[in-house]
Design a protein around this ligand. Structure first.
Ligand SMILES: Nc1nc2c(c(=O)[nH]1)N[C@H]1C(S)=C(S)[C@@H](COP(=O)(O)OP(=O)(O)OC[C@H]3O[C@@H](n4cnc5c(=O)[nH]c(N)nc54)[C@H](O)[C@@H]3O)O[C@H]1N2
Ligand SMILES: Nc1nc2c(c(=O)[nH]1)N[C@H]1C(S)=C(S)[C@@H](COP(=O)(O)OP(=O)(O)OC[C@H]3O[C@@H](n4cnc5c(=O)[nH]c(N)nc54)[C@H](O)[C@@H]3O)O[C@H]1N2
Ligand code: SF4
Ligand SMILES: [Mo]
Length: 695
């Protein structure tokens, strides 16, 4: 028998809507949900390889408890009840000794379906919820919050209708989401320009109208000069600026000395190119998108850089604009009722999260920073965190061994909820295997945007192994702990009905396409209706939020250190490739076959001085770790940096296809937890220098 189920891809965090075909209980075909504009039935390589994850035996199959030392890989199989009871006992022991808030949960981010795991910590009376964002998009998120009062997930980009896109290392056609990539390509086909700025020629660079190679770590200088030119030559959108931008005089004073000629010396981009770009953007405004991306720059000035990108958009009038940036409308704003929250049913803990105890001088928001969590575990400050749940996140694969060991040693309990043998699981006390996305249903999610929609991920096939859905795992943990009243539901339908109560939407309404739109047309406010969510209703350069947290409005540019390339010293940068997701797909049978290992991009002129030829083995050293990798000698990278694709050299021997293959850039991030961005105290992963020599 053949059936179709609407679901969401789980091969990366974009969660593209998909249609799954099931024949006699087996998944036989997956495609992009044809009802969702922008998907056009397409999937990326990773999405298509989902079938191979489902039928892989090299994934988690049953709950396990550690029996040997941490990192030894010695575990025993246990029943789900044994695992739940063990966790509950250990959490209570820790809480009796250190207080309720000694429990923390770290996940990949709330996203569409992420409210569920947050019930675990709140149900245990702790405020300590953290996610990965400060190694990802947190600077962009905080920059948006300070300037317009909306967060990063509430801002969408109308690529399909734009005239000019500017991407700063936003390698959108390789580090991709299907809808976004489709819309960018469509815009290019319709004649839109793409100015692409990167230290190397990425795949996106090859599609750009103009590629500008930049000296690593100097994007902020470029933007200060762009702002300088736009203000000096009056190239901005006067109507938007007069109505919505506050603090422009302070901005003018701040950028006075940041001339294009000055920026040329910093960035290596000729002054005429900077002036030309400012003028072209002014011609194309307001249908322009200067895209801060997710990760923005990964430098210490990344928060102020992200602010500079948003300020440029504001100067060009592209916020809340067709072909520009569009802010999300809440269900209420489009005349609908939102989903009932599961989290809100649990009283919010009164005690403060780790960051809130750390004084002022930096910003924070609803989810904690991993750097603050790390310090609390390592140093016991501002108070001890001794029990940690890690859900759908593998931080141990992304950071150095020394740091991992320090974290593990500081914990009494480490629980992971994953689908793969992650590096974090390898160090865990308890491993709980979640059913993969084809095998489970999740809570209903709200897809934000100008046309908000409810989205359902529905189970397509029965679980193959002894795994559970996330809601069942959360229910099991909370029940064993004695907080089962917060998960009174017996089935996913019970949960859906609770979420949908009062919305007028029914479970059956998802049958046609897996989604229920909350309004007919996308809603974009006219300038007469527009009001930002800041206290003044304007774009606040002098942000009230920053004033409250005693964070300076402006940050004077600091020229980055120049590595001594003659001595083989380089800034280490890295990124995603189209066929792999971070650290989780390298063992996938299909994807591993396409790209089993990575190589180190190194500039040809410098390589020849160091006697390194294309394909040679080279040694890369950070001071406390040295690894080997093959060199890719190329003219298409700036001489100050070396680059590698992320997430190789898996260290868990259970994943036999990817074990030890390539080099993991995370091993080379010496001191990653100690380096923080100004104003946001988030991570700064590209502020790292390595030594390279022929092996
Ligand atoms: N060294 C280094 N560190 C980085 C980065 C980097 O480039 N280099 N990038 C940063 C950025 S931007 C990000 S977003 C993060 C990403 O880092 P991660 O979030 O750690 O990477 P992912 O590969 O997405 O996988 C997370 C984990 O989720 C698991 N997983 C996948 N599907 C499911 C599921 O359905 N349920 C459950 N429970 N688990 C699942 C995977 O098996 C994997 O163990 O890393 C950040 N840190
Ligand atoms: N296929 C695939 N797609 C993904 C993901 C994935 O794992 N796989 N992950 C998703 C996630 S979580 C994220 S955060 C996004 C990340 O999306 P992006 O941020 O677009 O992705 P990266 O591959 O990290 O790209 C970083 C780029 O920055 C360049 N770069 C390095 N230093 C500098 C510099 O100083 N200035 C400039 N301008 N550029 C520099 C690098 O050469 C690289 O091309 O991708 C998302 N999409
Ligand atoms: S971008 Fe690819 S891997 Fe990510 S959700 Fe979409 S189809 Fe899946
Ligand atoms: Mo990310």
């Amino acid at each position: 028998m053949k059936t179709s189920v609407f679901s969401n891809c789980g091969m990366c965090s974009v969660r593209c809507p998909i249609k799954v075909e099931v024949t006699d209980g087996r998944v036989t075909w997956i495609e992009g949900n044809p009802y969702v504009p922008g998907m056009e039935g397409s999937l990326c390589a990773r999405g298509s390889a989902g079938i191979s994850l489902l039928y892989d035996f090299e994934r988690l199959q049953y709950p396990m408890i550690r029996t040997g030392p941490r990192g030894s890989g010695q575990f025993k199989r246990v029943s789900w009840n044994e695992a739940f009871n063990y966790i509950a006992e250990e959490v209570k022991k820790a809480q009796d000794k250190y207080g309720k808030r000694t429990v923390a949960l770290l996940d990949r981010g709330a996203g569409l379906f992420g409210e569920m795991q947050r019930l675990i910590v709140r149900g245990m009376g702790s405020p300590n919820y953290f996610n990965h964002d400060d190694f990802c998009r947190k600077n962009v998120d905080l920059a948006y919050q300070t300037l317009i009062g909306y967060g990063r997930p509430e801002v969408s980009y109308d690529f399909a209708n734009t005239k000019h896109m500017v991407f700063y290392g936003r390698n959108a056609l390789e580090a991709l989401g299907v809808r976004e990539a489709n819309n960018i390509v469509k815009a290019l086909e319709n004649g839109a320009k793409l100015t692409y700025i990167d230290v190397r020629v990425s795949k996106t660079a090859t599609k750009a109208t103009k590629y500008l190679q930049i000296r690593p770590g100097t994007d902020y200088a470029l933007n200060l000069a762009l702002i300088h030119v736009i203000l000096k030559e009056g190239l901005y959108d006067k109507d938007f600026v007069d109505r919505f931008l506050s603090g422009i005089t302070d901005l003018e004073n701040f950028v006075k000395n940041y001339t294009p000629e000055w920026a040329e010396k910093e960035t290596g981009i000729p002054a005429y190119e900077i002036i030309g770009l400012a003028r072209q953007l002014s011609i194309d405004k307001p249908k322009v998108i200067l895209y801060p991306g997710w990760f923005a720059a990964r430098t210490k000035d990344a928060f102020y850089f992200a602010r500079s990108v948003i300020i440029l958009n504001a100067l060009l009038g592209s916020i809340e604009q067709k072909g520009g940036l569009i802010v999300a409308k809440s269900p209420k704003e489009v005349g609908a009722k939102g989903l009932n929250s599961l989290l809100d049913r649990i009283p919010a803990p009164e005690e403060k999260r780790v960051e809130a105890e750390e004084g002022k001088g930096f910003l924070y928001d609803g989810a904690g920073h991993i750097l603050h969590l790390y310090r609390a575990i390592k140093r016991g400050e501002p108070y001890p965190v001794k029990a940690l749940f890690v859900v759908r996140y593998d931080p141990f694969a992304g950071i150095t061994h020394k740091d991992i060991e320090e974290i593990s040693n500081g914990l009494d309990l480490l629980v992971t909820i994953d689908v793969n043998y992650s590096a974090t699981s390898w160090y865990a006390d308890v491993i709980l295997p979640e059913s993969i996305y084809f095998e489970r249903s999740d809570i209903i999610g709200l897809q934000r945007g100008a046309k908000p929609a409810f989205v359902m991920r529905k189970q397509a096939v029965q679980p193959i192994y002894d795994t559970k859905s996330r809601w069942e795992i959360v229910k099991g943990i909370l029940t064993a702990y004695g907080a089962g009243e917060y998960m009174p539901y017996e089935s996913i339908e019970d949960i859906w009905n609770y979420q949908l109560e009062g919305t007028g939407v029914k479970i059956e309404d998802f049958e046609k396409s897996g989604q229920v739109a909350l309004c007919k047309d996308a809603k974009i406010y006219s300038r007469d209706e527009l009001k930002f969510k800041t206290p003044s209703g304007k774009v606040e350069i002098l942000s009230a939020k920053m004033a409250e947290r005693e964070v300076p409005y402006f940050f004077a540019y600091e020229s980055p250190v120049k590595p001594n390339t003659e001595e083989g010293e380089f800034r280490l940068v890295f990124g995603r490739m189209a066929v792999h997701t971070h650290v989780q797909t390298h063992n996938n049978r299909y994807l591993n076959e396409i790209v089993p290992e990575n190589e180190l991009w190194i500039n040809d002129k410098i390589a020849s001085k160091l006697g390194i030829k294309n394909g040679d083995w080279v040694e890369v050293s950070s001071g406390d770790y040295t690894g080997k990798i093959r060199a890719k000698v190329t003219p298409f990278i700036h001489e100050e940096s070396v680059f590698m694709y992320r997430g190789f050299e898996n260290e868990v021997p259970w994943k036999t296809r990817s074990y030890g293959k390539g080099l993991n850039e995370g091993r080379l991030l010496k001191g990653a937890f100690e380096r923080m961005a100004h104003g946001s105290h988030t991570g700064a992963l590209f502020e790292n220098f390595v030594k390279v020599k022929k092996a």
